[in-house]
Design a protein around this ligand. Structure first.
Ligand SMILES: *Cc1c(COP(=O)(O)O)cnc(C)c1O
Length: 396
């Protein structure tokens, strides 16, 4: 049985009428960039996330760039992040002229490991006379950027506690975690509301996806929000007067309309993903595959929070992964590897001087991870078929 990795038409069916209606309103106004549709969406999503400020951006990547620029991070600076993430996380750090500095991940969640982070801050960095943290290459550490990979939050309480003594801003890459909840010491909060600032992506395959590229920056601080708005529109408040150099990071009104129409469905979609994950868990256990396959961890499941995991991806670790992939290819069961190369070993970052072996957990993950179909609209029959196909491989 053919099982697609992703079928956007199925996922998007429920919201189609609402999307058509909101998009047609944009065409009535002919206001296509920023404007009322974007402002309405920003209000709705700020409300949903519990963030004071939500600023629509042209992509998750551009939202990240805007945040780094607004915080004044640039040449001579370093930002600490994870080597096991989508490229943009570190790419933007490099693009503003700063140095991405990597710290290894937790084996269970694939997220930035607070123990490794603490060790790096203590032993990997030195302090200059002003008390600033200096990276091994001599750059000033200016921020920490954890990623809530695959839809569950990094250990934010620990990460924030490590950042606090150095007054380092913490920026969440929440691109894969919209609606995800975290049981912090100060109460349950949603991803995006857990640090200094955060960014989201509305790439069509994300849990809340547009009809093209889109993104969002969020924060609580009024001054930072004003800077983000400046950065989004070439540093200009009054037209053609440029206070700072920004970029064109503006969100299109059509995208805002699509996202606004889809937002009310997000909770149901996240629930559907979680149900699919539970069905996989049951099927994989029933097929006695747990020696070959490690199920995704649910680090915050005991919190009782519904959205402790929103399963942007359903990522297992599989024995003999590459052979299994060939088998699934033959059986037409969709699958993917996020991500096959850790960022410290990417060709474009060769000059950073990292080597194989520097981040063993991230490297091991790239060899073992396998994503299975999880999208809303996936059927139980398809989940069973996918697990049966996996069982046939290990039985052979
Ligand atoms: C998708 C994604 C981004 C970038 O978002 P775009 O909207 O594609 O620019 C950044 N970080 C992570 C972890 C992502 O998954």
């Amino acid at each position: 049985m053919r099982v697609p990795l992703l079928d956007l038409a199925r996922s998007n069916a429920a919201s189609k009428a609402a999307v058509d209606e909101r998009v047609s309103r944009v065409f009535e106004t002919q206001h296509f960039v920023l404007g009322p549709a974007v402002e309405d969406f920003e209000k709705a999503i700020a409300d949903y996330l519990g963030c004071k400020h939500a600023i629509g951006m042209s992509s998750g990547t551009d939202a990240e760039l805007a945040i780094l620029m607004a915080l004044g991070i640039g040449p001579g600076d370093a930002v600490i992040t994870t080597p096991f993430t989508f490229f943009a996380t570190a790419g933007c750090i490099h693009r503003v002229g700063a140095e991405p500095v990597f710290v290894d991940i937790d084996a269970d969640t694939f997220n930035l490991d607070p123990r490794a982070l603490g060790k790096f801050l203590e032993e990997g960095c030195r302090k200059d006379p002003q008390g600033r943290l200096i990276s091994p290459s001599g750059a000033v550490v200016r921020a920490i950027m954890p990623v809530h990979l695959f839809g569950t939050c990094a250990r934010m309480d620990e990460i924030n506690a490590l950042a606090r003594p150095y007054r380092l801003p913490v920026i969440e890459d929440a691109s894969q975690a919209i609606g995800c909840e975290y049981p912090g010491a100060s109460g349950a909060k949603k991803a995006g509301d857990l640090a200094t600032a955060a960014f989201f992506s509305f790439f069509p395959t994300k849990n809340l996806g547009g009809a093209g590229d889109g993104g969002l920056a969020v924060c609580q601080d009024d001054e930072l929000a004003a800077k983000l708005k400046l950065m989004r529109n070439h540093g200009m408040e009054q037209r053609y007067y440029h206070r700072v150099v920004g970029g064109n990071f503006r969100l299109d009104a059509v995208q805002a309309a699509v996202l606004h129409a889809k937002l009310p469905y997000l909770e149901d979609w996240n629930e559907a993903r979680r149900k699919n994950a539970a069905a996989y868990r049951d099927a994989i256990k029933a097929a006695n595959l747990t020696e070959m396959i490690q199920l995704p961890a649910e680090p915050w499941s005991s919190s009782g929070l519904k959205n402790h995991h929103i399963y942007h991806q359903y990522v297992i670790r599989a024995a003999r992964r590459d052979e299994l992939m060939k088998h699934l290819e033959k059986e037409q069961v969709g699958h993917g590897v996020y991500y096959p190369v850790p960022l410290h070993l990417q060709e474009c970052f060769e000059s950073l001087g990292y080597r194989q072996g520097d981040f063993p957990e991230a490297e091991k993950a790239t060899r073992e991870v396998l994503a299975l179909p999880i999208f809303p609209g996936l059927t139980e029959v398809e989940i069973t078929a996918a697990v049966d196909a996996i069982a046939r491989f290990y039985a052979a």
